[in-house]
Design a protein around this ligand. Sequence first.
Ligand SMILES: *Cc1c(COP(=O)(O)O)cnc(C)c1O
Length: 221
Amino acid sequence: MNIKDNLHTFLEKIPSQIKLVAVSKTHSPEMILQAYETGFRDFGENKVQELTAKYEVLPNDIRWHFIGHLQRNKVKYLASFVHLIHGVDSLRLLRTINKEAAKNNRRIDCLLQMHIAREETKFGMDYAEICQLLESDAYQGFENVRICGLMGMATFTANMQQVEKEFKELKNSFEKLKNSYFAGKAEFKELSMGMSNDYQTAISCGSTMLRVGSLIFGARN
Ligand SMILES: *Cc1c(COP(=O)(O)O)cnc(C)c1O
C-alpha cells in the first residue's frame, strides 16, 4: 500500500476544480504524513478524540475537516482549529459552534448535512428543516459561523441508480437553497458528496468536494 501513489493516482482521475478530503480515520499519523509530504493538506476525521490527538502530533498547516456526527459537548475541543465542519444537523449544534467559535475569536465554516439516504441510521435534516433553520431568528444572529454549503451521504448500495437519484436530490436542494437564501453570497458553494464507492456518480451529479478514505489509505479494519 503506497499512500503517495494512491493519492497521486486518485487526484489525476478527478477534475482539478474538485476538492478532495482524504479521510484518515483509523489510520496512523505516520500514514497521514506520507500524504502530507506530497503537499496535500486536507484530511477528514469522524471522531473528536481521534482528530484532536492527531492534530497535536501533526503539522499545524493541515486543514482538518470534521465529517462525523458532532456532539455539542465536544465542539469546544475542535473550535480553535477545525477548518470545516461537514455534518451540522441542527440549530442547537450550530448555536454551540457559534458560541465556541466566538470564544476563540474566529468564524467556523460549516456545511449543513441533508438526509438523502434510505437508511434511517444516517444523520441529517430534510429540506424543510434546513429552510426552518435558515429562516430562524437565532441563525440570523450567529456571527461566528458561516454556512458554506451542504453535505450528504447516499445509501450504501451497489445500485448506482439509487445513489444517483439521491445525489441529484441533494444537488437540486443545494441550488434551491442557494437561490432562496444565499443570493449574492459566494461562500455558499460547496457540495460535499462522494466517497470511495460512489465518487464518480457524485462528480457527475455536481459534487464540489469528495470525502475519500479507502481508495487512498486502504481498507479499514
Ligand atoms: C468514512 C467516511 C468517508 C470515507 O469513506 P471511504 O469509503 O473510505 O471512502 C466519507 N464520509 C464520511 C462521513 C465517512 O464517515
